[in-house]
Design a protein around this ligand. Structure first.
Ligand SMILES: NC(=O)c1ccc[n+]([C@@H]2O[C@H](COP(=O)([O-])OP(=O)(O)OC[C@H]3O[C@@H](n4cnc5c(N)ncnc54)[C@H](O)[C@@H]3O)[C@@H](O)[C@H]2O)c1
Ligand SMILES: [Zn+2]
Length: 341
């Protein structure tokens, strides 16, 4: 097991990479803990949960709403959960986001932790202290910044995760390499086959390195003003594509990273050879480098992007591999790039 301690304004957090769900009991006050999970995770792993109350929710982005939060509040009240209650979210990004939001608001906040069960939650959603739900179709509109006391990253849980979900996690891992760690990027270039086969040592290293990058970026900028924007590499186009084409987040981000690399080359930050390396790695990791999408609709979505300020969009460029810069790009320039694709 590898341990990463995060000290931040939003509280301290212990990330345990390679800890087992079966040891969760040793990290919580069992008699006062309520577990929040989803039906898939419960189907596979309920038998490994410690003996405490369990609240189960459904699956899919559509349930990440205030209605679900309300149902959970009702169950917590029925269970007579009080200020000393500890909440653990066991699941992917959706369960973690909801659990963090519920725990931060129930009785003005109770203690909480996560067992992240998807690769995406392990390398991304469970780190950084953002907890939110969707509202009227807008993603993560309502939420709080608050750190879980711990995150148990049980890598064995990935064995039951569908491949498509695994790949979405790899898209964020590639992103972390490009924006923050050239060594990890090279490691992935050399070990992508083992990574895809979920080789334990390789995954452990990738999850750990990813958490280091994300947490150090977040620590420099918890409330998303400057540095944290770098985590949006590939996401400006990614979100626009995601809103208009029926693709997964990781797939849209992968295609978005290819576009961001092209812009980085155009602006003189990245060599064409390095842009090619990113594209090759994305392809080797079974992720798409180009997607069919509706240009007009995507442009429309881009224009409404919440990161847009005035006529400019804060766009993350790769400054070589392992480093990123944020530059303002005009809507016109982005339109030109999209039309050229
Ligand atoms: N808070 C943040 O900083 C942050 C960052 C990135 C993403 N997110 C959020 O995370 C969410 C996406 O997370 P996700 O990709 O983990 O999706 P998810 O939580 O929907 O999980 C994906 C699917 O896998 C199933 N599942 C989970 N663990 C499993 C396991 N071990 N075995 C088999 N099936 C399993 C789930 O039931 C679900 O059907 C989005 O809502 C996104 O907004 C939040
Ligand atoms: Zn993402």
């Amino acid at each position: 097991m590898k341990i990463l301690e995060i000290y931040s304004a939003g509280g301290n957090s212990t990330l345990m990479i390679g800890e087992s769900l079966r040891n969760l009991e040793t990290h919580i006050p069992v008699e006062k803990t309520v577990i929040l999970t989803d039906t898939n995770v419960s189907r596979f792993y309920l038998k490994d949960f410690p003996s405490c109350e369990v609240i189960e929710i459904g699956t899919g982005e559509a349930i990440k709403t205030l209605d679900t939060v309300r149902l959970i509040f009702e169950k917590l009240v029925a269970l007579e959960a009080d200020r000393s209650t500890f909440i653990v979210g066991i699941g992917g990004g959706i369960v973690c986001d909801i659990a963090g939001f519920v725990a931060s608001t129930y009785l003005r906040g109770v203690r909480f932790g996560f067992v992240s069960s998807t690769l995406l939650a392990q390398v991304d959603a469970s780190v950084g202290g953002k907890n939110g739900v969707n509202f009227k179709g807008y993603k993560n509109m309502m939420g709080v910044f608050n750190q879980p006391e711990f995150v148990v990253c049980d890598l064995e849980l990935l064995q039951t995760l569908p491949e498509k979900e695994i790949l979405c996690g790899f898209a964020e891992i590639i992103k972390h390499g490009v924006i923050g760690n050239a060594g990890m990027f090279e490691y992935l270039e050399e070990n992508y086959e083992k990574a895809l086969a979920l080789d334990y040592q390789v995954i452990e290293k990738l999850v750990y390195d990813s958490m280091v990058i994300k947490s150090s970026i977040v620590n420099q900028d918890e409330k998303e003003k400057g540095e944290r924007r770098k985590l949006n590499f590939g996401h400006t186009f990614g979100h626009a594509i995601e809103k208009t084409a029926q693709v997964r987040h990781g797939e849209a981000v992968s295609a978005g990273m290819v576009v961001a690399c092209a812009l980085s080359v155009q602006r003189g930050y990245l060599s064409a050879a390095d842009a090619k390396r990113v594209e090759t790695l994305i392809r080797n990791m079974k992720l798409p480098t180009r997607l069919e999408f509706d240009r007009e609709k995507s442009l429309d979505a881009l224009k409404r992007d919440k990161k847009r300020e005035g006529e400019q969009i804060h766009f993350v460029l790769a400054d070589g591999i392992g480093h990123a810069v944020v530059e303002d790009i005009s809507v016109q320039e982005l339109e030109a790039v999209i039309r050229d694709l």
